[in-house]
Design a protein around this ligand. Structure first.
Ligand SMILES: NC(=O)c1ccc[n+]([C@@H]2O[C@H](COP(=O)([O-])OP(=O)(O)OC[C@H]3O[C@@H](n4cnc5c(N)ncnc54)[C@H](O)[C@@H]3O)[C@@H](O)[C@H]2O)c1
Length: 344
């Protein structure tokens, strides 16, 4: 088989990025799109020359569809993934994998029970050039030991953003800036830092108090088993969508990432490692440009019959850290990792 039949469930804001990536991907053949909004589903199906459904369970009955992309609200990821995995479909879900720990665990369980198909989780920022360079520096040790890291997400979401029914609520979004906008940066910190030994964090609603149930601001202090530490701050209360900043301090130099750029500072001598890239997403450039890289990689693994690296347990690592920051904020206590956290 050289192509895989594909369907997308959920045709809202992020779906355009998946649709474009699939249109450019010779390994995928888009067979169907699904949305409960029938006129939207029909319009997208006409544009991409495929079938449409309003009930995803009907779509799952098709034998010519092997891969399902989940572009729906957080609380729908787990039930939809479970149904799709049980129907024998590979599932590529948008982040976060779920809206709660219990939902994520059910999804991971379904993946274990259906080993012939693969669950993949979108964390496209791991494919950004600066992320890959930072990971190489951590792994090669060429700048010495990693000492500490900083992750900063300072974005802007007004009350209008939260008018979408599922946003701004614990039950359907699972949180605010932490689980939604800044989970990518939390995921990068844990991917770069390695095994965690503890986390203490706190959330607050600074600008949209009374408007949203969830937090618009979060911060955390993370300790890693290798002795490195990280601080993390994220807010949707900033006056603009600034490029995400990540800093990695090593014994012999500091890496400074700002959006798509990456610099190496060694004793005040600054070297540009990655230049800013021209984005084609316009105003949404803060989503990053790497969805198509991850989607291609996922299909290449599926077609080669190889395990995809950002699978359920790997996607769960960043998610679990997010959940632990919420838990730490709720209890006011540091969460100490025993090493037994991998649930399955
Ligand atoms: N990776 C990224 O950088 C990135 C960026 C933006 C959004 N996202 C993620 O993408 C997901 C979707 O976000 P969005 O902003 O596109 O949401 P959205 O609200 O714009 O779109 C969701 C769509 O799902 C449809 N839908 C609802 N119930 C459905 C059902 N039962 N069956 C089929 N369709 C249904 C809605 O009608 C809507 O069109 C979220 O998980 C979000 O976190 C990821």
């Amino acid at each position: 088989m050289t192509t895989l039949g594909t369907a997308i469930i959920g045709l809202g804001a992020i779906s355009g990025v998946h649709l474009k990536a699939l249109a450019d991907l010779e390994l995928a053949d888009l067979k169907a799109v699904v949305d409960i909004d029938e006129s939207l589903a029909r319009r997208v199906a006409e544009e991409y020359g495929c079938d449409y459904y309003t009930d995803y369970k009907e779509m799952l009955k098709r034998d010519d569809i092997q891969v399902v992309h989940l572009c729906t609200a957080h609380y729908l990821h787990s039930p939809m993934a479970i149904d799709a995995l049980k129907a024998g479909k590979h599932v590529l879900t948008e982040k976060p994998m779920a809206e709660s720990m219990a939902s994520a665990q059910k999804m991971l369980q379904a993946a274990v029970e259906n080993p012939n198909v693969q669950l993949g989780v979108i964390f496209q920022n791991r494919y950004n050039a600066p992320s890959k360079r930072m990971k190489q520096y951590v792994e090669s040790g060429e700048l010495g030991k990693l000492i500490c890291m900083k992750g900063l997400v300072t974005w802007n979401r007004t009350a209008a953003y939260y008018e979408t029914e599922w946003k701004g609520n614990w039950a359907t979004e699972g949180g605010g800036v932490l689980i939604n906008q800044s989970i990518h940066t939390v995921d990068l910190l844990q991917w770069l830092g390695g095994e965690i030994s503890s986390v203490k964090g706190s959330i607050s609603t600074d600008s949209l108090e009374g408007v949203i149930e969830v937090e618009d601001t979060a911060h955390a202090y993370i300790e890693f088993k290798n002795g490195a530490t990280a601080i993390f701050y994220a807010t949707n209360a900033y006056g603009r969508n600034s490029p995400v900043e990540v800093e990695l301090v090593f014994e012999q130099g500091t890496l400074l990432q700002r959006g798509d750029s990456l610099y190496l500072d060694q004793g005040g001598k600054l070297t540009t490692l990655e230049e800013p890239v021209v984005n084609t997403l316009g105003e949404k450039s803060y989503w990053g440009m790497s969805h198509e890289l991850q989607i291609r990689d996922y299909y290449e693994h599926l077609l080669a019959g190889k395990p995809f690296w950002i699978d359920g347990p790997e996607g769960f690592n960043g998610f679990r850290l997010v959940m632990d920051i919420y838990e730490s904020s709720r209890t006011g206590k540091k969460i100490v990792y025993s090493g037994a956290e991998v649930v399955l």
